[in-house]
Write a protein that binds this ligand. Structure first.
Ligand SMILES: [Fe+2]
Length: 94
């Protein structure tokens, strides 16, 4: 098993840091201020939300061709952090 470093600042032209917005169902996480590519060879594999109040983890797996976003039944103020994983550029945390 390989321990991945979490990147916290954007680098390069592609955007990986999650953008969180409140919805009626909870929160919507979009990967990248400019949507990240979702191509066969380069895509976001998953989006994960960890909450502080209930200490629960929510994770959505994505596939090439999907929209780089996920909705979670979580109140935005309970979000401890959000992580995303790009198959080429690694792990990102907000
Ligand atoms: Fe990427």
């Amino acid at each position: 098993m390989e321990l991945k470093d979490e990147k916290r600042e954007e680098e390069g032209t592609e955007k990986h840091l999650p953008v969180v917005e409140s919805t009626e169902e909870g929160i919507k996480v979009t990967v990248g201020s400019v949507p990240h590519p979702m191509e066969d060879k380069h895509y976001i594999e998953w989006v994960e939300v960890i909450t502080r109040k209930t200490e629960r983890t929510y994770k959505t797996f994505l596939s090439p061709g999907d929209t780089p976003e996920a909705v979670f039944p979580v109140n935005e103020k309970d979000v401890l952090f959000v992580r995303t994983y790009c198959n080429i550029h690694g792990l990102w945390k907000y």
